[in-house]
Design a binder for this molecule. Structure first.
Ligand SMILES: *[C@@H]1O[C@H](CO)[C@@H](O)[C@H](O)[C@H]1NC(C)=O
Ligand SMILES: *[C@@H]1O[C@H](CO)[C@@H](O)[C@H](O)[C@H]1NC(C)=O
Ligand SMILES: *[C@@H]1O[C@H](CO)[C@@H](O)[C@H](O)[C@H]1NC(C)=O
Ligand SMILES: *[C@@H]1O[C@H](CO)[C@@H](O)[C@H](O)[C@H]1NC(C)=O
Ligand SMILES: *[C@@H]1O[C@H](CO)[C@@H](O)[C@H](O)[C@H]1NC(C)=O
Ligand SMILES: *[C@@H]1O[C@H](CO)[C@@H](O)[C@H](O)[C@H]1NC(C)=O
Ligand SMILES: *[C@@H]1O[C@H](CO)[C@@H](O)[C@H](O)[C@H]1NC(C)=O
Ligand SMILES: *[C@@H]1O[C@H](CO)[C@@H](O)[C@H](O)[C@H]1NC(C)=O
Length: 546
């Protein structure tokens, strides 16, 4: 008697302690909502799930027209587990955006959502119901758990994001023998830059959940090498929602939507989180770039030697950076340090070259090549992805160098103006670049994407699709404004000066020893009539100061 009493007391104690930790909840969802062709959502609500508790979901009133449902749960930042009646590895899914397929039989599965984190979570639960003609998302799955996997799989590194989904199964194709009967289209939508809060996230997820919203808000990600996988350039700090839609190849109104997934391409929960410039060297360089950029933009041509040095250094830095990353695996500060050192050498060499030889066309060549590089990079940045001809590295780099050299050649025909133009545009870009880091817009990726293309293996399969939001618009306008004002200012500033200062220590015998900067009534006409080549050599009547 006593032992029995003691026994039940012990059970009570155990049960009550469990109840303190985990407060499991049960909800029952009716599945008889009428849906239309473009929006098959039967249910979509937020629930709060406390730390280490389980939410059990049952169903009632299952509509007769349903053949299967996709049950999906979305959480922000924290992983959760979703499983049906049996919690085994083959029936559970784990992640932030997860879903389970369930055929509608006499009794529908119960689903359990388990929050194993130490924080209470807000979740969005959504159920989509499909008919018997619709393809099953992830129905021909061969790589992921569970056997039918409507969730999408996302992974990322510093350079790219990989999105994968399992092949869909057509309703008529029971054995997965003809997976090409189903076309799977991937879509992408960007969230506002640098906004990591959960409201923005959930709104974004809901905007990519039903077909009408997807076609309104999403951009198609073009297919590159793989049927069920997409590679995208990473824009850390800018959230993106990805979703795939499976269409029957013959009947486009038979479709189903996968479970959307998302990434910021960085982890806001981590210590350094989504801070892009986490080392002091990069921060310092970025800040100094602002001043160099402004200087080049407004005074580049006036201080020609400084311009030569800076342009030479930047070229050296970019080239060394690419070369070193191609041959070795260094972390960014070391890489940058090495690139800076070699860039300084390169700048000094280029300056010496001008110092002793001073051929304007030749010296301006480097600036115009830089502008050509920026222009070609800009074309690549804005180019629609999925052009299979440009996936081959050889084609891509041939075209890239062609555009770069053509731009450079066209500009070279007017050395003086083109040097001012190069100073203005490159200087303005260098000014915008660090600001871009601080406010989180994405113009920096014009250069970074090109470097990734050169350095990152398999990046030829990546689709760029850069986000272009209002921050980017502001930065573009700033860039244009700086470039135009810089060009006009330098044009005004250098009026009445010789187009190019003489090199200080010319080893070319024919160069007149004129001092740059002396004032006088000198216009372009006088200057251009100045003898410039060895054939029109000077005699003692030629004035020393023109
Ligand atoms: C709550 O769910 C967890 C995990 O499924 C289980 O271990 C626990 O016993 C449940 N607690 C109660 C009070 O039902
Ligand atoms: C979740 O936790 C909060 C506070 O910790 C509590 O007030 C609430 O009742 C809990 N919810 C459930 C469903 O147990
Ligand atoms: C769904 O079923 C419930 C209970 O049978 C009923 O009250 C409700 O009106 C139905 N809703 C629709 C949209 O048919
Ligand atoms: C969620 O799971 C993924 C792998 O499944 C892991 O890389 C990530 O760190 C997890 N996130 C959290 C917040 O635990
Ligand atoms: C749970 O899900 C797995 C995998 O989807 C499925 O094979 C199994 O039949 C389901 N279990 C029940 C009891 O419905
Ligand atoms: C989805 O689209 C429908 C119709 O186009 C619209 O009424 C609804 O508000 C949209 N949902 C969201 C979350 O934007
Ligand atoms: C096309 O798909 C829709 C939606 O599933 C279905 O109602 C319709 O019967 C299909 N048409 C044909 C010709 O199979
Ligand atoms: C050329 O320079 C001389 C004196 O240096 C000046 O008198 C003359 O007006 C100038 N010609 C033009 C076209 O500017």
């Amino acid at each position: 008697m006593f032992s029995n009493y003691y026994y039940s007391f012990a059970i009570l104690l155990v049960v009550s302690t469990i109840q303190v930790q985990t407060e499991n909840v049960t909800i029952t969802i009716p599945l008889n909502k009428t849906t239309d062709l473009l929006n098959k959502e039967l249910y979509g609500e937020y629930v709060n799930l406390n730390a280490s508790s389980t939410l059990q979901v049952g169903f009632t009133d299952v509509s007769k027209s349903l053949a299967f449902i996709i049950f999906q749960v979305h959480s922000h930042l924290y992983n959760i587990t979703l499983y049906n009646n049996t919690l085994t590895r083959s029936s559970s899914v784990y992640g932030t955006n997860i879903g389970i397929y369930s055929a509608v039989q006499s009794t529908l599965d119960k689903f359990f959502i388990y929050n194993q984190n130490m924080v209470n979570l807000k979740l969005f639960i959504s159920i989509h119901g499909y008919g018997d003609k619709d393809p099953i998302p992830g129905g021909c799955n061969m790589e992921f758990q569970p056997p039918i996997s409507p969730s999408m799989h996302m992974s990322y590194n510093n350079d790219y994001v990989l999105i994968e989904a399992a092949s869909a199964r057509d309703s008529a194709d029971l054995a997965c023998t003809s997976i090409n009967d189903v076309i799977v289209v991937f879509y992408l939508m960007y969230l506002p830059e640098r906004s990591f809060d959960s409201d923005t996230y959930f709104e974004g997820i809901q905007n990519m959940m039903s077909l009408d919203n997807i076609s309104e808000n999403g951009e198609i990600i073009p297919q590159t090498s793989w049927r069920m996988r997409r590679m995208l350039s990473a824009y850390p700090g800018t959230g993106a929602i990805y979703v795939a839609v499976a269409y029957n190849a013959l009947n486009h109104s038979a479709y189903s939507v996968y479970v959307p997934t998302y990434t910021y391409a960085c982890s806001p929960l981590d210590e350094s989180g989504c801070e892009l410039l986490d080392d002091v060297l990069s921060q310092f360089l970025c800040a100094s770039l602002l001043f160099f950029g402004l200087f080049i933009c407004y005074f580049g041509h006036r201080f020609f030697k400084t311009e030569m040095f800076l342009i030479g250094s930047i070229t050296g830095v970019v080239i060394t950076y690419i070369l070193i990353s191609l041959i070795s695996e260094l972390d960014r500060p070391a890489l940058l340090g090495a690139a800076i050192l070699s860039g300084l050498c390169f700048g000094a060499i280029w300056l010496l070259f001008w110092w002793f030889y001073g051929i304007p066309v030749f010296t301006v060549l480097l600036s115009t090549l830089n502008l050509g590089f920026l222009f070609a990079a800009l074309l690549y940045f804005g180019m629609p992805g999925g052009l299979s001809a440009l996936q081959t590295d050889f084609n891509f780099w041939t075209l890239f160098i062609l555009i770069m050299s053509l731009t450079s050649l066209i500009l070279l025909s007017m050395t003086f103006l083109s040097n001012i133009l190069c100073c203005a545009i490159l200087g303005a870009y260098a000014t915008v670049y660090p600001i871009d880091y601080y406010i989180g817009s994405n113009l920096k990726y014009i250069i970074i994407n090109t470097i990734r293309r050169a350095v990152v293996p398999k990046f030829n399969n990546a689709v760029l699709l850069p986000p272009f939001e209002w921050m980017d618009v502001i930065m573009t306008v700033t860039w244009l404004g700086l470039a135009i004002s810089g060009f006009l200012f330098q044009h005004y500033q250098n009026r009445g000066r010789p187009p190019f200062p003489p090199p200080p220590r010319s080893v070319r015998p024919s160069m007149p020893d004129i001092t740059y900067g002396t004032t006088g009534q000198r216009g372009y006409a006088n200057v251009t009539h100045r003898p410039t080549s060895a054939h029109e050599s000077y005699n003692e009547n030629t004035p020393l100061l023109l």
